[in-house]
Design a protein around this ligand. Structure first.
Ligand SMILES: *Cc1c(COP(=O)(O)O)cnc(C)c1O
Length: 392
């Protein structure tokens, strides 16, 4: 069926004891096991079933099965946050002595994981512009085992060609491709279908949609998800809680209508800002002169609700705009029904040095907008009045 139907109906659990229309929250840490022999078989994974909520929980499982269905993967694994998904997936695929390649524009804490934590475990890295598949291939070393790409990239919306990269990587069989698809959500892009081995999401963002849960998810083959679940997530412990999973399942039901409206609104805001006298540049893949436009059109169902904007007048102008918007909220995070504005250099990308940021167009006079599902004209009027308060 169509994805608008699937987000609501696919893999839905109906509680057998009560027929509860909305899946109950299985708010329990452990499960009563039928007898000794079955307890042994469940604990040793010989039989499928629930034993202890760090290993699995019915509320979490419903969310995982829905995401696997929507991402067209064999399985999925819910986690406590996007970083829980990223760290679990990456750590399960690499070992000491390996070399990883990742994009020069990625979420700040992912950058910190790769540059501050993994090197102390003997993992080398190269940072490349992943919009250039040849540059990725040139960076490959005999010990390369992982390529990590965020597309659309946070915060400058760079678009990398998942299909082209995965086709190139087929020559190097032991290199896995991991894609952070948070900005697209499973509605706009299916990275594994395009050739990636693993897709990760910060479910905190579009999958939840309401800014009321911190969560993540990994979707991949059964083999990779089994390994992520045990021993990695089992030992790292960044598990998704039943209430969070329940909120995500409810959030998912409106994913299709929300994403359509996010895309429609963002296009209108981007077009408006492009010609605003106080704006230097708009980074939105839906604008035909954006370098990622063609690839985005090919691999995504829509251009999404995120954009960054270089404002004329640098940091002082940014301060004026951020202090004077009334409909937009000054908050980090993204993908909520309400619109948010943040300053990437000092907020989401503070883990990079100013030199590292400037080299990849994360400028001090730049704000990132998460366009919500309010009325587009109200959003445009709000940002316009704030921009017009900048002292020329
Ligand atoms: C927010 C975000 C993350 C981190 O997710 P959390 O849920 O905050 O841990 C990872 N990647 C991208 C692209 C993000 O926007």
């Amino acid at each position: 069926m169509s994805i608008a139907t699937d987000v609501i109906h696919a893999k839905r659990y109906v509680d057998p004891t009560t027929g509860s229309h909305v899946t109950p929250i299985y708010q329990t840490s452990t499960f009563i096991l039928p007898d000794f022999d079955e307890a042994v078989r469940l604990n040793q994974n010989i039989d499928q079933g629930f034993v202890y909520s760090r290993f699995g929980n019915p509320s979490v499982r419903e969310f995982e099965e829905k995401i696997a269905y929507l991402e067209k993967t064999e399985d999925a694994l819910g986690t406590a946050s996007g970083l829980g998904a990223i760290s679990t997936a990456v750590m399960s695929l690499i070992k000491q002595g390996d070399h990883i390649i990742f994009g020069d524009v990625i979420y700040g804490c992912t950058f910190a994981l790769f540059t501050k934590i993994l090197p102390s475990f003997g993992v080398e890295y190269s940072i490349v512009d992943t919009t250039d598949t040849e540059a990725i291939e040139k960076a490959i070393k005999p010990n390369t085992t992982l390529v990590y790409v965020e597309t659309p990239a946070n915060p400058t919306l760079k678009i990398s060609d998942i299909q082209e990269i995965s086709t190139m990587l087929k020559k190097y069989e032991k290199i896995k491709l991991v894609v952070d698809s948070t900005f697209a959500s499973p509605y706009l892009q299916n990275a594994v279908e395009l050739g990636a081995d693993v897709v990760v999401h910060s479910a905190t963002k579009y999958i939840s949609g309401h800014g009321n849960v911190t969560a993540g998810v990994i979707a991949s083959s059964k083999e990779i998800i089994d390994r992520c679940r045990m021993p990695f997530l089992q030992c790292f412990g960044a598990v998704l809680d039943p209430f969070g999973a329940w909120q995500l399942v409810n959030g998912l039901k409106t994913l299709a209508v929300r994403m359509d409206k996010h895309c429609e609104n963002a296009m209108k805001v981007a077009k408006f800002l492009e010609s605003h006298p106080m704006v230097d540049k708009v980074y939105y893949p839906g604008l035909p002169d954006n370098p990622g436009y063609e690839v985005a059109k090919k691999q995504m169902k829509g251009f999404g609700g995120m954009m960054s904007v270089d404002i004329k007048g640098g940091i002082d102008a940014v301060r004026t705009v951020m202090n004077n918007v009334k409909v937009f909220s000054l908050a980090t995070s993204l993908g909520n029904v309400d619109s948010l504005i943040q300053h990437s250099p000092s907020m989401s990308h503070f883990d990079m040095t100013p030199e590292q940021r400037h080299a990849v167009s994360i400028f001090d006079g730049q704000v990132r907008l998460s366009i919500g599902i309010e009325d587009a004209d109200d959003l445009i009027a709000d940002i316009d009045q704030a921009l017009n308060l900048i002292k020329k």
